[in-house]
Design a binder for this molecule. Sequence first.
Ligand SMILES: [Zn+2]
Length: 465
Amino acid sequence: MDVLHTQLAALQHQLDFVATKPIDWKFYVQAFSWGVTLFESYLLLRQYPLYSKTEPPTVLAGHFSPDAFEKSQKYGKDKAKFSLFAGLFKQCLDSAMIQFGFYNWAWDVARQVLASFGYGTEYEITQSIAFSCVLFFASSIPTLPLSIYQTFVLEEKHGFNKTTPTLFVTDLLKGWGIGFVIGTPFLGAFLYVFKWAGDRFVPWLMAFLLCFQLSMVVVYPTVIQPLFNKLSPLEDGDLRTRIEALATKLKFPLKHLYEIDGSKRSSHSNAYFFGLPWSKHIVIFDTLIKESKAEEVEAVLAHELGHWYYLHPTKLLCISQVHIFTILALFPAFLHAPQLLRSFDFSKEVSAHPPTIVAFLLFQMILTPLESLVSIGLNAISRHFEWQADRFACELQEKLGSAEMHDMGDRLGRALITLHVKNLSTVWVDWLYSAYHHSHPTLTERLKALDAFSAKRASAEKKTT
Ligand SMILES: [Zn+2]
């Protein structure tokens, strides 16, 4: 542990300039965040003309009716226009909040709220929680019209919205309630670890965050998800038999198999699995079951089990630990920097002893451009995992020695096409837009890879016969 702390101290020494040099942090944050937003807008403008193409790519030509293709192009166009507006609107809002000393104001409001209950500024954690509540409402209420528009105008127009206004409001309130119930103790404990561990907070905080992440793996699907959706056991039949057989052959520790009423809110569809290493649950959207044949849904599950087979969730968890470690290792330099708070209009008294939450928030803003790069890297890794999972489905025949799985690639391809057509997903994609935003390869790329795999297998079979 001491080696770690010596290394961390050396890093802090490198970053001493944060506390000593008079840097105009506010200017940098404004410039960087506008830079990221403008780059994202540029990507949308690169993507936009592709929605005017009148023909799908050759691999997809046979699967899209002219009508479905036209619908998907129109949907894409509307979504792109909305994203462009929403991105710029949010950026203007954030930028104004930074420029006009909003964070200082919110910290002061939190102080006044505490004072009205007779508590002073020595209750930093309580004040931090009140501060977070003020921030949360001040930043989520102005963007509420955007999600109302998205659900009731945009998705409605293209036939996807199934949410009623009542459901929208109850979802929102439930979301806020859960945010409060989980967020408050989380934040309290998070800040307490800082206070308790002092300058040696990095390993302790990492342990705390890991425990939190792991407990959410259990809590989210068992406690939170059922508040929004109904999960019912998948009924007996061809599909259940197929999935159970597949799980048994792969030694996948399947505990429960659910169908989820995803269609309650939207017609978009999918499937996923979750749970602890020894007890897994599979969830399939009712829409997917309705739209695809059992053998095709089985292929989608084969892909999902590929993620499990190659330990993709665990690998992503490890990557996130490295990411969190980097952030925490850099943070102390910003934690003890009154200059940082001063450049965001905080008063001399508050800046003299920077509250952890304020310093962390400002530090996060400074990291914005770096985080965009991280997300490009994560998307690239995630796309690589998708290829691997697709390939896994194709190779099941050899892996399990079962001849009836020889057409798994074809079935997966058909299921992907159905999902894509029903969801009116974008068909033509700009490469730079895709590299930045997409965690999955495009449909065209996936189908080409599936075809290439079958071709390779066919030629291999020819050689052996
Ligand atoms: Zn996948």
